[in-house]
Ligand binder design. Structure first.
Ligand SMILES: C=C(OP(=O)(O)O)C(=O)O
Length: 749
């Protein structure tokens, strides 16, 4: 059982719509939400089944009706103070989530029935969990305890979860009591026996190595090859047993291992389908927790013989978690195995493939093993959840640039009919997608169009959120561009506009967009991308690159100051800056960061910042650069941000979305993050985020706890100005900004 304190996706308020509840059910993928009153007291549960039942029976079918119509008041909740055993009694085959309440009846946590799988030490090997990766040393230590330890160290460095060895008692294992070069044995057996005699480590030595593994914080496992070894290993107290393919049909061994009650990882090489079925039913009868590994016991195994497509069938047959024990060359096959559902991967491991012994030839070297682990982790990420195709955040951004839109090919006045012949398909993809053409043709123009204008959602459906007057306890603005700030702010009483500049905007004549001084304030968001694919980076390793970034930042600062003539009420505008410190392939080591921060500080020292107030933006771990995922190293960690600000006197623009994603990725407490960063903050981008790179979510639909944010802002950054930094918020006449501002106003900002 798992207790989860993160209950946001499981919570709807009494009075919220059925649609809201369905969205939560969709997001949490657990088929249920719980309904609370404004004071947090739990009053009902709604499962997707409840909604389905309501849909089939309802006389009034309206998803905007309050959830209270559908909610089940007869539900099970348990006190959060109750022991896990007591709570567990309430799980059954249908109920795998139980809401937990405090003494006032408030919904504070939930208990989730643990997923099925094989628990080995701290690892729950299960379909939804990362692959358990075994570095199989076997006998590759060639009898040398020093080499065995070196292999353990290398396995830790390579990222393996477990190092595995083999234990044999040759005198009881072999029919000739393990004597060398028995003439009656065939050549293969003679060779194996010779090797084993030469390279065995004693039982004591192996137990010393297991101790060493534990000291190095890696799980040791071992395959017993005979009953004596079973006893030795059980006495030592390993967490689980590996069963070699050679023993999968050895019922005596399986029975002895089952008796230990320990989990068994069983390889199935050299066994027929009937034999696998036989052993599976024995293990089931014995009640042994087990997993099966698909395996071809040849060294190296020819690719044509691996038959990886057997894996899903094996899973069905075993009814448990499956994996792959590989003896082929390289590591392409284990990667494919993971994609096919293997949750255990075992590969031989050596320091030198030329050493004496069969296993060395099919082993991975440390660098290869490291690469395999990394690739397995990448594949796990890439497998995703399946289900319905949804656009990722990166695709949404790229769709704006790469896709096509519906565009008008002539001027048209408000009130006239939009005819099909006036609509053409053009790049980029900022407007309505081409497949909406039939919905658009025949509509009446809601405003004047100029040839080349994009059509937007509001040209088909009425705008859902409209601009109003908002009241906040701190100055607020909206982001805008030179060309749309007037239309967006018309009729509004906002405190300031944050101009988001593209590098082209640095060259325009301001008088083309501004004439008389305006009675509101302003801030500027520096471009991130400059001509020639130059992403501003004051921390770059290359001195020329940094010099280029400094020049661009000086130009930006000059434009920010020049704008002041039109906004005299802001003597020193905030300039929001992404200062750099990214790396395309991977994160830089933590030790490398101090030098990078120093470079940023030095670069900023070369720029006259007196006319502006610099606000360096907090960054997410995975920013999008040129339509692809990058890695950010600086201004992500709250402690580093605080140290930088204290040392240099520079300030921060807290981007709530970026920092929420950083907290999600590094599992930092968001509240603690805010406490550290807010004292250095002079400007806020308030926006939601989901997961580690979901920037595009509507405010209130992501992971940000806005009540907590509000609280922390009032405590640590009262009066600090903000904008709702809504992605594509300007579309549909600023619909995204208006709905975000309405949400924030309602939340008490
Ligand atoms: C030989 C072994 O396993 P497999 O059959 O998976 O190669 C072993 O675990 O010692």
């Amino acid at each position: 059982m798992r207790i989860e304190k993160r209950i946001k996706d499981y919570l709807v308020f009494s009075g919220d719509s059925i649609l809201d509840a369905l969205k939560h059910i969709n997001d949490n993928q657990s088929r249920i939400v719980f309904v609370v009153q404004d004071n947090g007291v739990l009053i009902g549960a709604v499962s997707d089944g409840d909604v389905r039942r309501w849909m089939t029976q309802a006389t009034e079918f309206d998803l905007n009706l309050p959830i209270d119509h559908v909610m089940n008041r007869n539900f099970i909740a348990r006190p959060v103070a109750e022991s896990q055993n007591q709570i567990a009694d309430y799980f059954d085959h249908k109920r795998d989530i139980i809401p937990l309440i405090d003494e006032q009846g408030r919904f504070v946590a939930l208990a989730r029935k643990s997923a099925t799988g094989l628990q080995i030490g701290d690892f729950l090997i299960a379909d939804q969990n990362p692959t358990f990766i075994i570095a199989e040393v076997g006998n590759n230590h060639n009898g040398d305890i020093g080499l065995a330890k070196e292999l353990v160290n290398l396995a830790v460095e390579a990222g393996a979860d477990c190092v595995k060895f083999q234990m044999r008692d040759l005198s009881s294992l072999y029919s000739n009591q393990g004597r060398n070069a028995e003439v009656g044995y065939d050549l293969g057996s003679q060779y194996t026996l010779d090797l084993l005699n030469k390279f065995q480590l004693s039982h004591d030595a192996l137990c010393q190595i297991f101790d060493y593994c534990r000291q190095q914080d890696i799980l040791p496992l071992c395959t017993p090859w005979d009953m004596v070894s079973v006893r030795v290993l059980e006495e030592y107290g390993l967490e689980a047993f590996k069963v070699a393919s050679a023993d999968f049909t050895n019922y005596e061994m399986l029975e002895a291992l089952a008796k230990t009650g320990k989990p068994l990882i069983c390889s199935t090489g050299m066994s027929s389908e009937a034999e696998i079925k036989g052993s599976v039913s024995l293990l089931r009868r014995l009640g042994a927790p087990f997993a099966l590994l698909h395996c071809n016991s040849t060294y190296p195994a020819p690719f044509k013989d691996v038959n990886l497509n057997y894996l899903p069938h094996l899973k069905q047959l075993a009814g448990t978690v499956v994996g792959y024990s590989g003896h082929e060359r390289g590591f392409a096959v284990p990667l494919a195995a993971v994609a096919l559902g293997a949750r255990i991967v075992e590969k031989h491991f050596t320091v030198n493939r030329g050493m004496e012994g069969n296993d060395h030839k099919v082993s991975l070297l440390p660098a290869e093993f490291t690469e395999m682990v990394q690739q397995i982790r990448n594949i796990e990420e890439a497998m995703g959840q399946g289900g319905e195709r949804a656009l990722t955040q990166g695709e949404m951004i790229n769709r704006e640039n790469l896709a096509k839109s519906l565009v008008i090919n002539c001027d048209l006045s408000q009130g006239q009919l939009i005819k099909r012949s006036m609509i053409v398909v053009k790049s980029p993809g900022q407007g309505l997608q081409p497949n909406r053409i039939d919905e658009l043709a025949g509509k009446v123009a809601q405003h004047d169009f100029k040839a080349g204008d994009f059509f937007f959602e509001t040209d088909i459906t009425p705008q859902s959120a409209k601009k109003q007057h908002y009241t906040f306890s701190r100055p607020y603005g909206i982001p805008a561009r030179y060309h749309d700030y007037q239309a967006l702010t018309e009729g509004m009483k906002i405190d300031f506009i944050e101009f988001h500049l593209s590098y082209h905007d640095l060259d325009v004549k301001l008088s083309d967009y501004f004439s008389d001084p305006l009675p509101i304030g302003y801030a500027v968001h520096s471009p991130e991308l400059f001509a020639g694919d130059h992403i501003l980076d004051l921390a770059n390793d290359d001195e020329d690159y940094r010099a280029h970034s400094i020049t661009e930042l000086k130009r930006t600062t000059a434009v920010a100051s020049e704008l002041r003539q039109y906004f005299p009420s802001t003597p020193r505008p905030v300039l929001v800056l992404n200062a750099g410190g990214w790396s395309p392939q991977n994160f830089l080591p933590v030790e490398a960061r101090t030098k990078l921060y120093d470079r940023v500080a030095k670069a900023l020292g070369e720029i006259d910042l007196n006319s502006i107030r610099l606000a360096i933006q907090t960054m997410p771990p995975f920013p999008w650069h040129f339509g692809g995922q990058s890695h950010h190293n600086l201004f992500v960690d709250p402690d580093e941000i605080a140290v930088f600000c204290e040392k240099t006197g520079h300030h921060i623009c807290l981007d709530v979305s970026h920092s929420m994603m950083a907290c999600n990725y590094y599992q930092w407490d968001f509240s603690a993050f805010l406490k550290k960063v807010l004292p250095h903050t002079i400007h806020l981008h308030i926006v939601d985020a989901k997961g580690i790179d979901g920037e595009g979510v509507q405010i209130g639909h992501g992971d940000v706890d806005f009540a907590l944010l509000h609280d922390q802002l009032n405590q640590h950054a009262p009066g600090i100005q903000f904008i709702p930094e809504i992605w594509q918020g300007h579309k549909n006449k600023g619909e995204g900004f208006w709905s975000a501002l309405a949400f924030l106003e309602k939340t008490g900002f």
